[in-house]
Design a protein around this ligand. Structure first.
Ligand SMILES: *Cc1c(COP(=O)(O)O)cnc(C)c1O
Length: 358
């Protein structure tokens, strides 16, 4: 069986070393030494001043919205994972969808201003497949209209923009360390901001509002993460470079096959992923996509329709986004993970090519 993704697991001995420490300290959660060490190492790796490790990437979005006191309408992308929209609705905000750029699949900055009205309070955009949004343009629009900007960087770990970590942009950037992401802590997520005041507020928000044992700084929630999750992050960190490097090799091999195979090359659009986090391809029709998905399924190879459906088509929101709706029906992510072998990949390519040959 070939899954669409498979979490990287470090040698078990690496994790056991951290477990021994947890056992001897008997400190399992609540801002323990491993959580602190993980936060420091992430800041160091990314060259950032502030980072809070959280329970997951969805709580990260919710805490970002709370910290910025976002209300009313929020301009957002229809092409993202459901959490980008559901966190808005969960926080009582109304998602307003602005369609995507068909080349990058990110929110089309040129269409944002037309969607702004007096009820608009923020822009929440996703760096889809790790590819940066039009950050400068979104920033300019936000400044002009007094809007906050939150970036959902769940796919964007390790990406830089203009020489700086992509997480340094926006009022707040969030990420996810879920098991399916390129770098993971089993479950986990985080918030980044250059604004120390916001970081302080989010620190209270993630821990029930605790300001010491008996004092509370506003209502908070439980969004912290544990020593066990930090231990997984710390165990995975030394392998981060080799994970990316193998994914780069796999990506290049897919590219080579699809671009050099005469029967396919003009019939499929490859969306490059800046950090090799996914391998998305767009087919000419939904029918072709379903045929290929079925064919691969018969050989126990999974692909994922990602993202599908377009978020504006969820039954609890409203809005039109014809480009996103169209592309979401035709996009498929092919298997890409550290353990995927080149021979398994070759089989995937050939099975896809079979659909184009006649
Ligand atoms: C995975 C993901 C999330 C949610 O992160 P979790 O850690 O699973 O809660 C949010 N947005 C995007 C774009 C994602 O891919």
């Amino acid at each position: 069986m070939i899954p669409v993704t498979k979490p990287f697991l470090p040698p078990i001995e690496d994790y056991e070393q951290y477990l021994k420490g947890i056992w001897s300290r008997n400190w399992l959660t609540n801002n323990g030494p491993l959580v602190n060490e993980f936060e420091l190492k992430i800041k160091d790796l990314l060259g950032l001043n502030h980072f809070l490790f959280l329970g997951n990437g969805t709580l990260a979005l919710q805490i970002a919205l709370k910290a910025l006191k976002i209300k009313g309408e929020v301009i957002t992308t229809p092409f993202s994972y459901v959490a980008t929209t559901s966190s808005l609705v969960w926080e009582g905000c109304m998602p307003v969808y602005v369609d995507i750029d068909p080349k990058t699949l990110n929110i089309d900055a040129n269409k944002v201003e037309a969607a702004i009205n007096p009820n608009t309070s923020a822009i929440m955009a996703t760096h889809v497949f790790g590819n940066p949004c039009e950050i400068d343009e979104l920033n300019r629009i936000a400044k002009k209209h007094g809007l906050k900007v939150i970036y959902d960087g769940a796919h964007a770990f390790g990406v830089t923009f203009k020489g700086k970590s992509i997480f340094s942009y926006g009022d707040i950037s969030t990420t996810s360390f879920h098991a399916t992401k390129i770098f993971h802590t089993v479950e986990g997520g985080g918030v980044f901001s250059e604004n120390q005041e916001l970081i302080k507020r989010m620190g209270y928000l993630r821990n029930f509002g605790h300001d010491g044992f008996d004092k509370f700084n506003g209502p908070g929630i439980n969004a912290k993460n544990s020593e066990y999750h930090a231990a997984m992050g710390l165990s995975n960190l030394p392998y981060y470079e080799s994970i990316i490097s193998h994914r780069r090799d796999l990506t290049n091999k897919y590219n080579k096959f699809f671009k050099n195979t005469v029967s396919i090359k003009d019939k499929i659009q490859i969306i490059p992923s800046e950090n090799y986090s996914y391998y998305p391809v767009i087919f000419e029709s939904e029918e072709l996509l379903l045929n290929i998905k079925n064919k691969l399924g018969q050989h126990e190879i999974s692909c994922r329709r990602y993202f599908y459906p377009s978020l504006n088509e969820l039954d609890y929101v409203n809005g039109d986004a014809p480009i996103s709706q169209n592309l979401s029906r035709r996009i498929l992510c092919l298997p890409l993970y550290y353990d995927l072998s080149f021979s398994e990949q070759q089989l995937i390519c050939e099975l896809i090519n079979d659909q184009f040959k006649d």
